[in-house]
Design a protein around this ligand. Sequence first.
Ligand code: PRP
Ligand code: URA
Length: 243
Amino acid sequence: TLADSEPTLPTAPASTGASPKDAVRISNPPCKDTITVLPQTSQLIALLTLIRDRKTQRGDFVFYSNRIIRLLVEEGLNHLPVVSHPIETPLGTPYTGVKFQGKICGVSIMRAGESMEQGLRDCCRSVRIGKILIQRDEETAQAKLFYDKLPEDIADRYVLLLDPMLATGGSAIKAVEVLLSRGVPEDHILFLNLIASPEGIEKFSEMFPKLRVVTAFVDEGLDDKSYITPGLGDFGDRYFGTA
Ligand code: PRP
Ligand code: URA
């Protein structure tokens, strides 16, 4: 059952004498102030460990990926502008809170980015979601744009751009170019991502210094096929069951 497969804290090998707390003290340096790496809690590292594991079956891969996606969306929403909003509580007491300012939409980079749409909908009911179909060439890893369908008024919206993997950066860069060409200001784009390579996120943030990125983890690097290492393999194949 799913209950049986609830995550356990990653534990260090007994021979090292290290505690579970030591095992999750993983270095994951944030780079720039436009880049937010989720707090490296033991829960997040345990969830990432589950989806990185080659032995994890599809049902669990989807379930635990969705949990991380929810954390990314919740953090992403913290980066949207708010304005002061005075209300009165049931006690008749005035309270000055905040409310979101402006309209948003999601844009998923197909296909893997579509896995993040439900997490966004769970937090933002009836949010509009545009699509951009970009595929990497399997030999060269070059990203190619095939199709896009975006809300007509996208230039007036904050855009949550969705893709779980940022490897060379080619796909995300192409997607942002489409958004900019439709008049979306760079600083109105927020890229939500599960795992980034250091070179991909560096290139991406140099090209778009005003664009904010929220990621769960910056990994070690890329292999000779431009896959993220240690990574988790092909996210789209594992999530949608096409491996
Ligand atoms: C994957 C992933 C990203 C892209 C990242 O998609 O979802 O979109 O590769 O690599 P990059 O940073 O080097 O461009 P892929 O093209 O494999 O298609 P998929 O979503 O159908 O799996
Ligand atoms: N796309 C993936 O799904 N995984 C990678 O490691 C790189 C690109």
